[in-house]
Design a protein around this ligand. Sequence first.
Ligand SMILES: Cc1cc2nc3c(=O)[nH]c(=O)nc-3n(C[C@H](O)[C@H](O)[C@H](O)COP(=O)(O)O)c2cc1C
Length: 306
Amino acid sequence: MGSLAVKLAGLKLDNPTILASGIMGSDFHSIKKIAESGAGAVTIKSITKEPRGGHDNPTMVEVEGGFLNAIGYSNMGLENAKYEFQSVKDLQVPAIASVVAEDSQGFAYLAKEMSSVGFSAVEAVLSCPHTPGLGLLAGHGTPEATAEIVSEIKKECPLPVIVKLSPNSLNLGDIANAALEGGADAVNMGNSLGPGMVIDTVCAKPVLSYKVGGMSGKAIKAIAVRCVYDIFEATQGKIPIIGTGGVVSGQDAIEMLMAGASAVGVGTGVYYRGFEVFRKISEELDDYLTTQKLTSLSELVGVAHG
Ligand SMILES: Cc1cc2nc3c(=O)[nH]c(=O)nc-3n(C[C@H](O)[C@H](O)[C@H](O)COP(=O)(O)O)c2cc1C
């Protein structure tokens, strides 16, 4: 039996599966449940300084191979989150605080505040495709903005910093190198793709109240794998990558690792396979290591290159 253990950005994970941000809402008991279901690490729903209601319903619609969502970062806000997650260090796996802000000072402030709560790392989300004032719609998906945001966070935050990027970006290599130069400890590649639209043909109107939403699930996996591959190539493997987008099975995770990821984010996979998705992916990875006579997952990282 090979080892599924992974070291990433100073975190020690028993296996490479990480609950993606936003999938289990914002409360402590939901992420505790996932931690107990076999995830290697968990990420909380992104937190803003003030509470946000998000976009009006409907905020999600199923499409072939996945979902469109335009949640709009509904969350409890910083002060409530600090209270809600006060026992986070008691979880049996590392927990990652996800933060999102309008500018670099806002990111740095949130990262500093969340670092006192007991999280193991902070993830800065620069990549949402459907929320005005934040992420792509605030111009955060450029090398310049990435470098500035990361370096401001690193001045204030003692925890490892993960930067969550967008599969929409065409210059991912430059963005990842900017994150590296700014001091990021890892990148998460990445957020939902798009946005896309579904039209209700009876009402002759878009289904989502915000009209458009980011796409997640199996249908975006091939794009996410290519994005991971591009970043690994451009950074020469110098920054650890969490491969997120359509990972549902051990086979999906192996593809991500071969492209250059060290760990995988699992979001919509919880819908397809339930809370057990993390344990199932680990079992499938374990079978693969045994069949291939490999001793550790690290032997797979980046092997699709060259
Ligand atoms: C309902 C929903 C809410 C999400 N909320 C967030 C969020 O708050 N912060 C964030 O960084 N990503 C958020 N995401 C994006 C996911 O973390 C993930 O990057 C994306 O869904 C792609 O992975 P998947 O195909 O495994 O779902 C959300 C996705 C969904 C479906």
